[in-house]
Design a protein around this ligand. Sequence first.
Ligand code: HAM
Length: 409
Amino acid sequence: MISRLKGTDDILPPESHRWRRLLRAFDDLAQRYGYDLAVMPAIESTELFSRAVGETTDVVEKQMYTFEDRGGRSVTLRPEFTAGMVRAYIDSGAQGIVKLAAAGPQFRYEQPQKGRRRQFYQVDLEYLGEAAPGADAEVIEFSYRLLEMVGVDGIGLRLNSIGDASDRIAYRGLLQDYLRRHQSDLSEDSRRRIDSNPLRVLDSKADAEVVGDAPVPFDHLGAEAADHFSEVRSALDTLGIPFELDPRLVRGLDYYNRTVFEFYSSSFEAAQSSLGGGGRYDPLAELIGSRQAVPAVGVAMGCDRIVEAMAAVEVRRLNIYVVVADRDRTSDALRWVADLRGRGLKVDWDASTARSVKSQFKAANRSGADVVSIVGAEWSAGMVSMKVLGTGEESKVPVEEVEEWMKQR
Ligand code: HAM
């Protein structure tokens, strides 16, 4: 028997009830906030990610599923949405503001553990073409509301600004000096990054003690980035979204500038505990070769982790289970099931149309339906029996009135 690959999951009921709730909440909220749906390729040219996410990031260096396709091109299964969304914005010739929402699997070759999968699922928002701090506040507020809406407790938000590239020129030198002075106490990964990507050393868990006194970008913001950040914070205050400033938060992808943030929850404790994260990424468009500047900000929430932080979801799977008591009525029952489904009710039946009434009732009990609707002798008089599964109470209802009867219950 062939088994599933390490780091991938089969998400089946009852766990998938929580997934459905999360994905629906995301879709509903995205529409309320004015985000249109984007359905994106799961495979892109490798260069898109190496240039956007950054050559020296863990994602590009160690985690991408990259291979040569049959045409000899280097292609990569997407490890994230953002680079592809900006590429799509530019490819489509869009101008100005475009707000997009996407959901789907991502692929990173990681050491699998709780909350760290090789195939994982993100819901993602990108607010493209807007430089103003209100956009940053909106994607943060959205993420907070989504977590609230699906019942995640103890939501925490870490927030920081890493400034603009121009602010970081002088700062980078200061940080490198500091790190070189403490080189012997740093982990090997961090030592390697002093030259290539010193900012990443700041959020290295292994080096938390050494970097505790390192200079942080927040103390070296230029005037514009500082103003921008103070407006983001003040909008969050206005919206009542609590946050903590975390001057060492830098995030693992290179395209960010200014605002960066991460969400966590007291209900999800793991080595990798971030439920979602994002930030502003004004430099990304130019990194992938666009001459058009595309200021933008976005967020990706990790569904696998959020689902673990959600309380179990009690679902009423079905409103009605149709039982065919009189085999001669099979065609009527078939039409009846289709009719009820067409009215928006959740309905199932025994599609084999061959089992005994007793075994149909067993299936009805297992199905989690509220009511059994029995198609039998009274059908010729335009009636069905409706039996409430919880109480056993049974009534005969005119077929035409069943929808109303269900509403009144
Ligand atoms: P990220 O921080 O790499 O950001 O991923 C966002 C979220 O995806 C994480 O907070 C986590 O919940 C989830 N995640 C990441 N890796 C894994 C994994 N191996 N297993 C399970 N869950 C995982 C991004 O991907 C950016 N594109 C976010 C963004 C959007 N920035 C701007 N716009």
